[in-house]
Design a protein around this ligand. Structure first.
Ligand code: HEC
Ligand code: HEC
Ligand code: HEC
Ligand code: HEC
Ligand code: HEC
Length: 213
């Protein structure tokens, strides 16, 4: 196990103490800001979100398909996160007065969208396209894991170049029938993938300009 505070943390702590001597209460604010800053949060950890949205309750308990909220995945490079108007289609009837949903009601009333923090975020020099994958037999679970079991979404893959290329070189074991793209808990097999690869003529490109344009 590594030390709970790294060298950078030490520096921040010293800065905070210095600030404490200089301006009392300000230091507390500084420490609180630091605890929430990306310097402190590790990659792969869950993020604080404006609303405690829980995929388990929506996907697993209520059986709502990914498509209902992330339909853009079939028609654009990004899967997108739904606007609060869509949430209110249900939440005008369900948990109408819940304090957990106060920011959602406020957003709909003011027209100000919620600022969800991104969990998956590739560098700008990488081009990724959801549509190209979900229409060719790569399921959500293959890249995002059992989202139906996550209280808060976290990454399950490195999203690094080697990860992309490993599959582009040998996609067959990762392909599933198109009517099971959003299904959770039934990963595809190589035999099944073979059929899909042949039927759809799947050949992911590996040249650099596929992902760097
Ligand atoms: C009722 C609407 C709803 C449904 C259904 C839903 N999601 Fe989401 N999803 C959201 C919202 C809202 C967020 C943003 C908050 C968060 O990150 O948890 C999100 C975030 C995500 C993220 C993280 C986005 C990022 O920032 O990187 C992934 C991945 C994801 N959803 C996958 C899925 C998958 C896979 C399914 C189906 C198994 C699914 N979602 C079903 C509403 C939904
Ligand atoms: C298709 C209907 C539907 C949609 C759309 C929907 N919800 Fe829900 N949501 C529910 C139901 C049903 C529950 C109650 C779950 C339970 O108690 O098991 C719930 C519960 C919640 C809760 C309470 C905490 C929890 O998980 O139990 C929050 C917060 C929430 N939803 C936020 C959202 C947000 C934000 C959106 C839009 C991105 C959204 N919901 C869209 C049906 C929906
Ligand atoms: C081949 C892998 C792969 C598949 C399949 C995939 N995703 Fe993603 N997803 C990613 C990557 C990579 C990102 C980050 C994209 C970026 O930063 O530009 C991402 C980002 C997201 C986001 C954040 C918003 C956005 O679009 O950037 C959501 C929501 C999401 N995925 C949901 C889904 C859902 C739902 C499915 C299935 C219908 C799915 N994804 C299928 C790899 C995948
Ligand atoms: C689990 C397998 C898998 C992973 C992981 C994966 N891909 Fe793909 N990718 C595919 C398949 C399958 C296709 C569709 C090939 C076809 O249409 O013949 C594809 C197609 C694409 C395309 C469209 C290519 C074109 O011009 O038709 C892009 C861009 C792409 N992938 C980028 C990425 C990036 C960037 C990553 C990593 C962040 C990634 N992929 C991860 C399987 C994968
Ligand atoms: C299938 C998608 C894909 C293809 C094809 C691809 N890359 Fe990448 N590349 C990525 C992703 C994703 C990253 C971001 C990695 C990260 O964030 O760690 C990346 C990062 C990089 C970087 C930054 C340094 C690094 O390793 O993070 C360089 C340089 C690079 N790629 C060069 C290339 C060259 C040259 C080729 C052709 C031989 C190529 N890439 C083909 C997806 C791809």
């Amino acid at each position: 196990m590594s030390a709970p505070f790294g060298r950078r943390a030490d520096r921040w702590l010293r800065l905070a103490l210095l600030a404490a001597l200089l301006c009392g209460g300000g230091a507390l604010a500084l420490l609180m800001a630091w605890v929430r800053s990306p310097l402190h949060t590790d990659e792969g950890k869950v993020l604080d979100q404006p609303v405690q949205f829980d995929h388990r309750h929506h996907v697993r308990d209520d059986g709502i398909d990914c498509r209902h909220c992330h339909f853009d995945a079939w028609r654009s490079p990004t899967a997108g996160v739904p606007g609060t108007a869509l949430c209110m289609n249900c939440h005008r009837q369900v948990l109408v007065d819940s304090p957990l949903l106060a920011p959602v009601r406020r957003s709909v009333a003011t027209g100000e969208p919620l600022r969800w923090r991104r969990v998956h975020d590739l560098p700008d020099f990488v081009f990724f396209d959801h549509r190209a994958h979900v229409r060719r037999g790569v399921g959500c679970e293959t890249c995002h894991g059992r989202v139906d079991r996550m209280a808060q979404v976290h990454t399950v893959a490195s999203l690094g170049m080697a990860w992309c290329l490993d599959c582009h070189r040998d996609p067959v074991p990762h392909l599933r029938p198109l009517d099971r793209i959003t299904e959770m808990g039934r990963p595809p097999s190589r035999a099944e993938g073979r059929v899909i690869a042949d039927a759809l003529d799947v050949h992911p490109p590996t040249h650099c300009s596929t992902c760097h344009r």
